[in-house]
Design a protein around this ligand. Structure first.
Ligand SMILES: [Zn+2]
Length: 234
């Protein structure tokens, strides 16, 4: 449901300046100034009206999600984050994929993908793969935990603001879904050449990727920053 009215362009830093200028000969009230929000996707300056439970606010210009009003978003994000962090060690510890041809089977684990690149003089690519498919997603889930646990308890914590900035900054580089899609496309091609054996880690990694997407999708920026505001002003 569309709840926001487009009023122009601007980043957060320019919001105050733009709202202090009389608009159509009228000064904006304090309530109107407090409701001003810039779209995270296209920077459109929006007048966000209070939402009731279950409503979604989307940007009228780009369709980007601004806020979802629900009271269980933090507990849902926590459940997804805990599940994801339980699945990640399984995804790394057991065989991920294997190929069988002529009676020979060759299984490999997820960290071995990076190790193979290291052994073939592609160290930089190996590090990038390891960071993007294992380290970064794990850090994102740890940040979700660090944010939502104090917020659910209604307690302030010194790391809430840096953790929020890191989470939304690093999420731009979150590519687990791209990796999963890439693996599936590769599998379809390899199946023509050899028998593909799918290991337990493959399913664990799919579960981990879904948990990561689920955790972050329950944390729209506006609701998280409003929750941080509430606990830090106590
Ligand atoms: Zn937008």
């Amino acid at each position: 449901m569309l709840m926001a009215n487009e009023q122009g362009m601007g980043r957060h830093s320019s919001l105050r300046n733009s709202t202090s200028v009389p608009k159509d000969g009228m000064e904006l009230t304090k309530d109107q100034i407090d409701r001003q929000i810039a779209c995270h996707e296209c920077d459109a300056l929006l007048d966000l009206k209070p939402l009731t439970k279950g409503q979604r606010a989307v940007c009228p210009r780009c369709g980007g999600l601004i806020q979802v009003a629900r009271d269980d978003h933090l507990t849902r994000a926590l459940a997804f984050a805990i599940s994801g962090l339980l699945l990640l060690p399984i995804a790394n510890a057991y065989p991920f994929l294997g190929f069988e041809r002529g009676g020979l089977e060759n299984m490999f684990r997820l960290p071995q993908a990076a190790q193979i690149l290291f052994q073939n003089d592609a160290q930089f690519l190996g590090i990038i793969i390891l960071v993007l498919i294992v380290v970064l997603p794990a850090v994102l889930l740890a940040l979700v935990l660090g944010l939502v646990i104090p917020l659910i308890r209604g307690r302030n914590a010194p790391w809430l603001i840096p953790a929020g900035r890191l989470l939304y900054g690093m999420n731009t580089w979150n590519m687990v879904e791209v990796f999963v899609l890439g693996v599936i496309v590769s599998l379809v091609k390899i199946m023509k050449l050899a028998t593909v054996v799918i290991g337990i880690s493959f399913w664990a990694y799919i579960g981990f990727a879904l948990c990561l997407i689920g955790a972050i999708s329950h944390l729209d920026r506006l609701s998280v920053w409003q929750a941080i505001d509430r606990v830090s002003s106590r």
